[in-house]
Design a protein around this ligand. Structure first.
Ligand code: TXA
Ligand code: MG
Length: 322
């Protein structure tokens, strides 16, 4: 049985934290997307996350902490570059991958010698971390390979009956997952574009290297087809390129609102072509298109800078056109 708790309710955080402490699993909002969390020190609880998501065990989880000081027991030594990034971007949508300590169970890191760490800024996530008094291992709260949820309702559609608690804290403001930076080599490397624009990160630590081939042993976030709606998605430079006869029965995903004709359904990521708003709307717009009675989705490319990098990464994986 899954319990739904309104995070605005004063007892909800306490109840959810009790579930975490007792080895249960809780879906909760972060500023990026909803996460599905368990006590990071409890391997059995963490195993339940993989089971609920039907996630393969080779895909490591992100460990969420309240403060930088909470990372101490989790790492052997904090690399300088990671410390710099943490000072600049925590709390917020940035994950650093650093060498792990023996205290972190192997199931959390899928056997890797490194651990992914992030301190969320969302007040509900922070209240939950504080009341649970432990680091929380949490991937996104979706079934494996499906769209990441940005509302409690979207979590419910995928995980009802599979998790102990869904903590409803409204729509998540950023809308795409955290940026992941590998900090184990001499140069930091970008493992996933996300909520902190790469341009901002490079202002702090210089140019990011591309992901080394060995860094992600088939981690699904790096699989060509991932974050995918259950409908064929075709990426196009402009919606105007879609021939008239293909529009009937199809959906369109626009970058900015404008007039179109012939499509059975139209979603716009932002009214005015704003990348921040577009990121915030991405997964919910895709979920509405997925649920609609259409046969295919035509998605318009967005400019590939700032949050546009993360949006295009997700759209490419959704279309498997990479
Ligand atoms: O914004 C986010 O990052 C959200 C919220 C809930 O915090 N979490 C999230 O987790 O998106 P998710 O489902 O993407 O899973 C974590 C991803 C893995 O797929 C993998 O790509 C990467 O983080 N990861 C975790 N540990 C890693 C490690 N040790 N080395 C390399 N990549 C790692
Ligand atoms: Mg995910």
């Amino acid at each position: 049985m899954t319990r739904f708790l309104d995070a605005g309710n004063s007892s909800a955080i306490k109840e959810a934290a009790n579930v975490i402490r007792k080895g249960g699993i809780v879906a909760f909002p972060t500023e990026t997307v909803y996460g599905l969390g368990a006590n990071a020190f409890d391997p059995t609880a963490v195993a339940r996350i993989y089971e609920a998501k039907e996630r393969p065990s080779f895909d490591p989880l992100i460990v969420h902490v309240l403060e930088k000081s909470d990372t101490k027991p989790l790492v052997t030594k904090m690399p300088k570059i990671a410390a710099k990034l943490i000072s600049a971007f925590w709390p917020g949508p940035l994950t650093v991958v650093v060498p792990k300590s023996d205290k972190v169970p192997d199931i959390v890191t899928a056997g890797l010698p490194t651990v992914a760490l992030r301190s969320p800024s969302h007040p509900v996530a922070r209240a939950l971390l504080s009341a649970s008094e432990c680091p929380i291992a949490a991937p996104s709260a979706n079934r494996f390979g499906r769209l990441s949820p940005t509302t409690a309702q979207a979590v419910k559609e995928q995980l009802d009956g599979r998790v102990d608690v869904i903590l409803d804290g409204g729509a998540t403001p950023v809308g795409v997952e955290s940026t992941i930076v590998l900090c184990t080599g001499r140069k930091p490397a970008l493992l996933r574009a996300g909520g902190v624009p790469v341009e901002d990160i490079e202002k702090v630590v210089g140019k990011l290297a591309p992901a080394p081939k060995t860094a992600l042993p088939q981690a699904p976030g790096g699989l060509p087809r991932h974050y995918a709606p259950r409908k064929p998605l075709v990426l196009v430079d402009s919606i105007d390129d879609v021939p008239e006869q293909k529009r009937k029965g199809a959906g369109a995903l626009l970058f900015r609102s404008r007039k179109t004709s012939g499509f059975s359904m139209v979603e716009a990521l932002s009214p005015d072509g704003d990348l921040v708003k577009a990121a915030a709307n991405l997964f919910s717009a895709l979920a509405r298109l997925e649920a609609a009675d259409i046969t295919a989705i035509y998605a318009e490319k967005v400019p590939e800078h700032d949050l546009g990098l993360a949006i295009m990464d997700r759209l490419r994986r959704a279309s498997s056109d990479i």
